[in-house]
Write a protein that binds this ligand. Structure first.
Ligand code: PML
Length: 244
């Protein structure tokens, strides 16, 4: 079966407005393009890029996405304290350092105190090791084999399409042997749910950020011995399909 990667990005004055990334069989390419058009047609953009590429590498097939543990908190401070606890247990990084890194995501982790374009990478000594602090690393080329089925199941449980995209992305991340945890908050000022992933669970916390905050991003926690070039190649190029 021929598979295609479809990546779409709409922007206004250079700022990202909407995006979508899918992996679909040949016969679904054009319906997916129409789905993207529908997603963006009412948005105000001055540039829309849709890139369709044949996937040449055999995708990794993952049977199951991470199980979701959904927890509501009184406020984002309490949720972040719990996040720090989980991340400290998994990584062994001192809690003060984890708090500093999380604070950077909430205030803008790039050198100009804006959102990074991709994720921050931190090793188990607590040191940032991404190649470029503006760009970070972006996880791409991942999708569910049957996205509609997964979305239906997630929506029935009260989750969102954003949950589906985040779950696919972090399931790919956790498949890499050297990524042991992730922290994420959205950069949408009114999307307050975020998550912490480990090899075992997707901890979905609401609220993990303060209402109105335009900052957001991800931290990938990796082993000290990680080959960074290989990690970038896996995250940015290796196609991954998730069954369920
Ligand atoms: C969820 O709903 O489970 C959290 C999704 C976080 C989405 C972060 C993003 O905007 O990419």
């Amino acid at each position: 079966m021929k598979l295609y990667s479809i990546k779409a990005r709409a922007s206004l004055n250079g700022k990202h407005i909407s995006g979508a990334e899918r992996i679909v069989p040949e016969e679904r390419v054009f319906e997916t393009i129409r789905w993207i058009e529908k997603k963006v047609e009412k948005k105000n953009f001055d540039s829309l890029n849709i890139k369709v590429e044949l996937i040449k590498e055999k995708p990794i097939l993952i049977e199951k996405s991470l199980p979701i543990v959904d927890i509501k908190f009184k406020n984002h401070e309490d949720a972040n304290l719990k996040a720090v606890k989980i991340l400290h247990r998994i990584t062994g990084i001192p809690t003060e350092r984890i708090k500093e890194l999380i604070a950077l995501i909430h205030t803008g982790a790039s050198p100009e105190k804006k959102n990074m374009r991709g994720a921050m990478i931190v090793n188990l000594t607590g040191k940032r090791v991404e190649k470029d602090r503006f760009r970070g690393v972006r996880t791409t080329d991942v999708d569910f084999l049957d996205r509609e089925k997964v979305i239906k199941k997630l929506l029935e449980k009260g989750f969102t399409e954003r949950t589906a995209d985040a779950l696919a992305l972090t399931t790919k991340n956790m498949h890499h042997p050297d990524i042991i945890a992730e922290y994420c908050i959205s950069d949408e000022p009114d999307y307050l749910t975020g998550y912490i992933s480990t090899k075992e669970k997707y901890y979905r916390f609401t609220p993990l950020k303060e209402f109105g905050n335009k900052n957001g991003g991800r931290i990938y926690f990796i082993k000290n011995s990680t080959d960074i070039d290989e990690l970038y190649r896996f995250l940015e190029e290796k196609p991954v399909l998730i069954k369920d």
